[in-house]
Design a protein around this ligand. Structure first.
Ligand SMILES: *Cc1c(COP(=O)(O)O)cnc(C)c1O
Length: 375
């Protein structure tokens, strides 16, 4: 059915079309000047040293773990309440995921207390995921990492421009990874970017992104290099200039788009806060947050009750989602036998409501009214 109110809406206008057409007419459509411009803009935007445009965030996470030296036999602590790609990336390098619970129903990010109990001599890294663009407890996580000599990879897919104590998410740990998938804050279809302040990671990342080759074809075409060597077993993880051109337009709109989302969240809070049957996570967050999604959690509920509520919202023309089906419950991760009380409750009782900057007050009021009537 065509939803009256979709979960998400693209904020495209003529600018994205113009950027694509301009790139097509330039006849340089693979990785080239637009990608270089995107990398520069992204580093400026996050106040970090290096950005590396890649095909999507999944490969950014894979590259990130490779660059951090994570390998077979290592353990990596990860949330389960995330998109499956976060955890799959650990398997790509032959390491073992160790699932960690979230802090609670008010804060759906990884629990530092539990991280400490999961550390073994094999632990090499921690992956954190900033749920909805709300920051993990980075002070404590970085302290734990320092104490045990662990690397930190930030899955910051939800949080471009989000902040933690004035620092941009993705730039606090060793490496950060962002996605430009259609429904993310920055939308290009497919696309992603890896950020780091460590020059060695950036230089090696550039090699691994493109077959381990010592020069890129657009550099050769400019006459900078006529020959190349292959020095490592690399991949084709490149983004192309068509997607980078769209990302450049999207980045220009990002801050205003997020301001719109912050207002949407405020409106939801005004209309839903008095409902005692639901929890709205991150209520105490005071930082600038991307507001990638707007989650609510049903109190004293079950998966059956939650699904019934979702059905009623569906019938009222409101599209919803669940963020996320817990990764440790998927068939390929059952053998790890993780038991995560809070993650499991959220998986079974969370509903993601529509969130995009142009969601009108009338529609938010309508959604809230439907929910308040059902509950
Ligand atoms: C979207 C997303 C990914 C995967 O990003 P792709 O660009 O689609 O590969 C990974 N982790 C999280 C938390 C995401 O939301």
């Amino acid at each position: 059915m065509d939803y009256q109110i979709p979960l998400f809406d693209l904020n495209f206008d003529d600018e994205e079309e113009k950027a694509v057409v301009e790139t097509l007419r330039s006849k340089w459509i693979s990785l080239g000047p637009k990608t270089e411009e995107l990398e520069k803009e992204f580093s400026n935007m996050l106040s970090c040293k290096h950005s590396l445009g890649v095909a999507n965030c999944t490969v950014a996470l894979h590259l990130g773990l490779l660059l951090l030296g994570v390998k077979e036999g290592d353990e990596v602590i990860t949330p389960s309440l995330t998109f499956v790609a976060t955890v799959n990336s650990i398997r790509y390098v032959g390491a073992t995921p160790v699932f960690c619970d979230i802090k609670g129903l008010d804060d759906l990010t990884i629990d530092p207390d539990m991280i400490e109990t999961l550390i073994t001599p094999k632990t090499k890294a921690i992956i954190v995921m900033h749920y909805g663009g709300f920051p993990c407890d980075m002070d404590r996580i970085m302290r734990i990492a320092q104490k045990h000599n662990l690397r930190v990879l930030e899955d910051a897919c939800h949080g471009p421009l989000s902040e933690y104590k004035g620092q941009k998410l993705g730039t606090i740990g060793d490496i950060g990874a962002f996605s430009f998938f259609s429904n993310k804050n920055i939308s290009t279809g497919e696309g992603g970017i890896l950020v780091t302040n460590t020059p060695e990671y950036f230089e090696r990342g550039k090699l691994l992104r493109s077959h381990g080759m010592t020069s890129l074809s657009h550099e050769r075409s400019k006459g900078h290099a006529t020959n190349y060597d292959v020095v490592e077993l690399g991949f084709n993880y490149r983004i192309d200039d068509i997607h980078s051109a769209i990302a450049l337009v999207q980045i220009k709109k990002l801050r205003d788009d997020i301001k719109g989302r912050i207002n949407v969240r405020k409106r939801y809070l005004a209309n839903l806060s008095s409902n005692e049957k639901i929890i709205i996570p991150f209520k105490n967050n005071l930082e600038f947050a991307s507001n990638y999604i707007f989650p609510i959690i049903l109190k004293d509920s079950t998966v059956q009750k939650r699904d019934a509520v979702r059905n009623q919202l569906h019938e009222a023309g409101i599209q919803t989602s669940v963020h996320y089906p817990a990764v440790h419950r998927f068939s390929i991760y059952k053998e790890y036998n993780a038991q995560l009380k809070n993650t499991e409750y959220v998986t079974d009782n969370e509903i993601t409501l529509p969130m995009y900057s142009k969601l009108t007050h009338e529609k938010i009021y309508y959604i809230a009214n439907v929910i308040n009537k059902i509950l």
